[in-house]
Design a protein around this ligand. Structure first.
Ligand SMILES: [Zn+2]
Length: 464
């Protein structure tokens, strides 16, 4: 039945056939593995994403890098030829691969010629099931992960992180609120047993989703049942609850960013309150609106900031919406006042209906071209897995369309009802301060030299 459905789907995908990207062939293998298949426009290529439902957030702060360590160790090789031999095998198939660990998942990302899709899938399955991880492989992974995290985690960096000095503004606030770990976990303390246990507990078919977009093999479903379908399922594992806000953060802080410079960054951060409906789309539209408002106020009207922006980020179970501006150190007060006025005006008058309508139309229009090509579409499905059910991904254009001006105004007023958190990033010294300090030091040296000279002359006089 599944094969038949897929064949119909494949036949439907002739040139000129408009691709409905929200509709896919999705089902579960008997062992619980989720499969999402989508014939794409480019028929001689396939984009493969194998998403394993384990990420940083599934571990406490001191073990967060465990899934990342395993991800790298899995590329250490299938036989004596090691990682080089493994890479050669993928090259020979004309494919490229990589893997990523995020807070929510570990994902293997492959681009390959359509004609070799089964061989590539065989190789991926072998990597996941047959790689023997030993101490040497783990040690190599430790080195790679350390380098990816910005080099050796020096005692100084750890100390800075503990003093809340080593993070950017939003990360910093997330640490203060208890949404994010303060320091990197020590990968040197993680053992081979821990990595093996993770693999055994989480790399199960019922914790995986396989996404394939492109020129799909007609017999792919039967192939998948014979291969990936043979993996042993495990009892479902409960994910750790996401971090919630459980600490109090200062309303205002200045953070040191670098040693010397005249620049500064102003961040005004707000926690997104929960909304009754279309939570994400409402915040997305509000973020776009505020992005435009900041650009108008800070760049066009007052020329204080070249690239101001409004951003959304997620930390633990909370969303954070921030207003950000890169500035000259001297314009910090002016810019902050302009933001205060902007927020007050919005609270009083609401969003400008015309501007909101324009921002909304642009957001909907962007949906039509934001995921072009097999790879972008596969990435889109990967990011939207939570919005999938029954052969359909949620049609985001429709959700955006449903957000009314009234909804957006309500969200905006809820957001700005809180005072938010102001974070100012600037280098330790400005150039003026440096000149002043240098002049002071030179002055001190001159005064001491003159004093010493006077004292010596005085002694010589006395001796005579
Ligand atoms: Zn990595």
């Amino acid at each position: 039945m599944r094969c038949l459905m897929l064949i119909f789907l494949l036949l439907g995908c002739t040139p000129g056939f408009a691709l409905d990207r929200f509709r896919v062939e999705g089902y579960f293998l008997p062992n619980g593995m989720q499969v999402i298949l989508k014939p794409g426009y480019e028929r001689d290529h396939v984009a493969i994403r194998l998403v394993v439902g384990v990420g940083f957030d599934d571990f406490p702060c001191n073990q967060q890098e465990l899934p990342h360590l395993l991800e790298h160790a899995l590329f250490s090789g299938l036989d004596k030829s090691g990682e080089g031999g493994l890479e050669e095998r993928m090259q020979a198939l004309g494919g490229e691969w990589n893997a990523y660990t995020s807070s929510a998942d570990t994902t293997f990302v492959i681009e390959a010629p359509a004609r070799n899709q089964r061989k590539v899938l065989d190789l991926l399955l072998a990597v996941i099931t047959q790689t023997q991880i030993d101490e040497a492989a783990l040690d190599l992974s430790r080195q790679i992960v350390e380098r990816e995290d910005g080099g050796h985690y020096s005692p100084l960096q750890r100390w800075l992180d503990r003093q809340d000095l080593g993070h950017g503004a939003s990360d910093q606030l997330a640490v203060e609120l208890g949404l994010k770990c303060a320091e990197r976990s020590s990968i040197h303390d993680m053992t081979l047993e821990q990595v093996q246990a993770l693999r055994k507990q989480w790399y199960a078919p019922n914790n995986m989703s396989l996404i394939m977009v492109g020129g799909l093999d007609k017999l792919l479903p039967a192939y998948l049942e014979r291969t990936y379908g043979q993996l042993e399922p495990l009892d479902p594992i409960d994910h750790r609850p996401l971090n919630a806000i459980h600490k109090v953060a200062d309303a205002r802080r200045e953070l040191t960013d670098g040693w010397l410079g005249n620049g500064a960054k102003l961040h005004w951060l707000f926690i997104e309150p929960t909304l009754d409906n279309e939570h994400d789309q409402t915040w997305d539209l509000l973020q776009s609106y505020l992005d435009w408002a900041l650009y108008t106020e800070l760049r066009l009207k007052h020329s204080l900031s070249y690239g101001p922006s409004a951003q959304r980020e997620t930390f633990g179970d909370s969303g954070m919406l921030s207003l950000n501006a890169d500035l000259d150190r001297d314009s910090l007060d002016d810019a902050e006042q302009i933001l205060k006025d902007l927020i007050q005006r919005l609270q009083k008058d609401g969003l400008d209906p015309q501007a909101f309508d324009r921002v909304k139309r642009a957001a909907i229009a962007r949906q039509a071209w934001s995921a072009q090509g097999n790879s972008a579409l596969a990435d889109y499905y990967w990011g939207a897995l939570n919005d999938y059910s029954d052969g359909h991904f949620t049609n985001t254009s429709r959700l955006l369309q449903a957000v009314s001006l009234k909804d957006a105004n309500q969200a905006m007023r809820k957001l700005f009802a809180q005072p938010g958190y102001v974070r100012i990033e600037k280098p330790l010294l400005s150039y003026d301060q440096l000149y002043l300090l240098t002049a002071l030091v030179i002055g001190l040296v001159l005064v001491s030299a003159a004093g010493w000279y006077a004292w010596r002359s005085h002694r010589r006089e006395n001796k005579r």
